[in-house]
Ligand binder design. Structure first.
Ligand code: NI
Length: 135
């Protein structure tokens, strides 16, 4: 089994806000991310897939195909979007980076060829904090 990793980037807006709570409680729980009028992050997305090398090609998935799948099904849906309002696969989900990693995993799994198994989805919300999901 060998692992292949692709780095991608997207910008998106969100707010973390539980409407069942007061403004004060939301600010206490979510800090600056509770700002009513949204804010943005520069997200880094790191996707690792694994598979067995095909002796005829020397790889298990063409890196261009992997890049295309991630672009088409994930980046184009998220980049320059509002994560609370614009993204069908995040409907009804509190758009924390944790939930975003799980949603990306679920979405991406549907579109990968059988030769490439998803191993991890890692997202940096800032250069110093990241979430990693292994399914
Ligand atoms: Ni935020």
């Amino acid at each position: 089994m060998i692992y292949l990793t692709r780095h991608e980037h997207f910008n998106a807006a969100h707010k973390l806000y539980n409407p069942a709570w007061t403004k004060e409680k939301n600010e206490e729980m979510f800090g600056k991310c509770a700002n009513e009028n949204w804010h943005g992050h520069n997200f880094e997305l790191i996707v690792t897939v694994k598979g067995e090398i095909n002796p005829d090609t020397g790889y298990f998935i063409n890196v261009k195909d992997l890049s295309k799948i991630i672009q088409e099904h994930i980046i184009e849906k998220l980049d320059h979007k509002n994560l609370n309002l614009d993204v069908p696969f995040l409907k009804g989900v509190m758009p924390t980076t944790e939930n975003l990693a799980i949603a990306i995993w679920n979405e991406l799994s549907k579109h990968l060829p059988k030769e490439a198994q998803l191993h991890s989805v890692k997202i940096y919300e800032t250069p110093r904090i990241c979430v990693e999901y292994f399914g």
